[in-house]
Design a binder for this molecule. Structure first.
Ligand SMILES: NC(=O)c1ccc[n+]([C@@H]2O[C@H](COP(=O)([O-])OP(=O)(O)OC[C@H]3O[C@@H](n4cnc5c(N)ncnc54)[C@H](OP(=O)(O)O)[C@@H]3O)[C@@H](O)[C@H]2O)c1
Length: 242
């Protein structure tokens, strides 16, 4: 299987590359930090059929699209590259807001604009989005991140309906907290945080089972779903308390 993983230089993406490193797989790993990608390539090259690195900033859309064109068709793309801008109650500077949307939302479409025609013509392909449980509840200190991931949910849902007769499988993954560079920056206690290995094992399992929507850990997902069922005034109280 030929697999493109974005954001493969650390955290979830790096571990996905490790867990997909088998003799049947051709990996294409994309991120900005070349040194990290080269190190990972060295580690995995004897385990895989082939491994290619793409050193690209996904917010440089023109370059991103021309790099994606060079790889031709793939069997699966895991749209994992993502950023948060920390937790703050200050007004978000416009440039930070834009950057976050460029990485978390727009880059996904820039990539898919190139890959979708291949998927449609081969009547086959898997698109995996890495959204977040944060998309289901918008905290005042992280509303930009939450809203970007909610946009990912809407996009993933729409694209699944749109191409359901074209052999394209769309999988939307909503993880809770998983240890990574992104969560290492958080200064609060993260409930039910999973190790990178365990978190990615669950993601890979959901991909293998073609789950259209997979939110985990289950108890955390249930808790957020329960809060979302409450009347607004109670939700407001809970969010203020948190
Ligand atoms: N960890 C969690 O608890 C958690 C929970 C829910 C969802 N997620 C989502 O999971 C995904 C992976 O996050 P992570 O936790 O593994 O964080 P991470 O360790 O910070 O990894 C983020 C990856 O995205 C890449 N990236 C960021 N900006 C980029 C850009 N402009 N161009 C190209 N690549 C870029 C980074 O590579 P370079 O810096 O080398 O470019 C890195 O490989 C994100 O979408 C995140 O929102 C994480």
């Amino acid at each position: 299987m030929k697999i493109l993983i974005t954001g493969a230089s650390s955290g979830i993406g790096e571990e996905l590359a490790r867990q997909y490193a088998t003799k049947n797989n051709e990996l294409i790993l994309l991120a900005r930090r070349e040194d990290r990608l080269l190190k990972l390539k060295k580690e995995l090259k004897s385990l895989v059929k082939s491994i290619t690195i793409l050193v690209v900033d996904v917010t440089e859309f023109e370059n991103l699209q021309s790099q994606i064109r060079t790889i031709g068709s793939v069997d699966m793309v895991i749209l994992n590259a993502g950023i948060s801008i920390g937790h703050s109650l200050e007004i978000t500077p416009f440039e930070d807001f834009k950057k976050l949307y460029d990485v978390n939302v727009l880059a996904n479409h820039a990539i898919l604009e190139i890959l979708l025609p291949h998927f449609i013509s081969q009547q086959n392909g898997k698109i995996v989005f890495i959204s977040s449980l944060a998309s289901l509840i918008s905290m005042p200190s992280s509303m930009v991140y939450s809203s970007s991931k909610r946009a990912v949910n809407a996009y993933a849902e729409g694209i699944r309906y749109k191409y359901k007769n074209d052999g394209i499988k769309v999988i939307n993954i909503l993880p809770g907290f998983i240890k990574s560079e992104l969560t290492d920056k958080n200064k609060f206690t993260m409930p039910m945080i999973l190790s990178t290995k365990d978190g990615v094992k669950r993601i890979k399992n959901a991909i293998e089972k073609d789950k259209k929507f997979f939110a985990f850990p289950f108890r955390f997902y249930m808790l957020i779903s329960f809060i979302n069922l409450l009347p607004q005034f109670l939700r407001d109280k809970i969010v203020s308390f948190i």
